[in-house]
Write a protein of this length. Structure first.
Length: 202
């Protein structure tokens, strides 16, 4: 996150003195993410929450010599997911059953990622522009657990592909509104993301 903000700050300051709108743009998005943890079924008092609020920041560059093509860097916060249960409760992942052996067990997972992708526009006209993207992201998840017998902390990371599609609508010369769906692969499953947001060109 810090590296992304430093890059964004430098690009913004370099372009402050440009007379015309450049090929650069920044974006901000907010939406809902669904984490597919692989849990197929639960028993007893086990509860599972895989739906979260998410946000995203992007820095993009529109290629001047290749029409309708852009490259984006993005920082994405997935939000939090949680599974809770008590002694004797179970949950199943990919056909394997796990049993809670303590009361008041809570496993919370939070994650984020940094990724890059290529965007291809398919303009209907100058104001309505559907697009698709394909890229690669580096993700990290932190898991914290608590129960009647102790606590747990864990960290996992990796890299996988992701793709998405959406539509931009031009609101003003520099400003676009957008709606987008993304599917992000992770080692233990996938994350689906639906967002709305804005792009600002400078």
């Amino acid at each position: 996150m810090k590296k992304f903000l430093i890059i964004l700050f430098l690009v913004l300051n370099i372009n402050m003195f440009a007379k015309d709108y450049g090929p650069w743009y920044v974006g901000v998005d907010y939406g809902i993410s669904f984490t597919d943890s692989g849990v197929d079924s639960t028993t007893g008092s086990t509860s599972l929450n895989e739906k979260n609020s998410s946000y995203r920041f992007t820095l993009g560059y529109k290629f001047k010599n290749v029409k309708y093509i852009a490259m984006e860097l993005q920082y994405l916060n997935f939000g939090n997911s949680e599974i809770r249960g008590n002694n004797g409760d179970t949950f199943t992942i990919d056909g394997k059953t796990y049993i809670f052996n303590a009361d008041n067990v809570s496993l919370k997972t939070s994650g984020d990622s940094i990724g890059s992708s290529i965007l291809v526009d398919f303009p209907i006209d100058n104001d309505i522009i559907p697009y698709a993207r394909f890229g690669y992201h580096l993700w990290q998840f932190k898991t914290t657990g608590s129960s009647s017998v102790g606590n747990y902390n864990g960290l996992s990371d990796g890299g996988n592909i992701f793709y998405g599609f959406g539509t931009k609508v031009n609101l003003a010369k520099r400003l676009d509104a957008k709606i987008e769906y993304q599917n992000l692969e992770i080692t233990q499953g996938r994350i689906q993301l639906a967002t709305i947001g804005f792009n600002y060109t400078f």
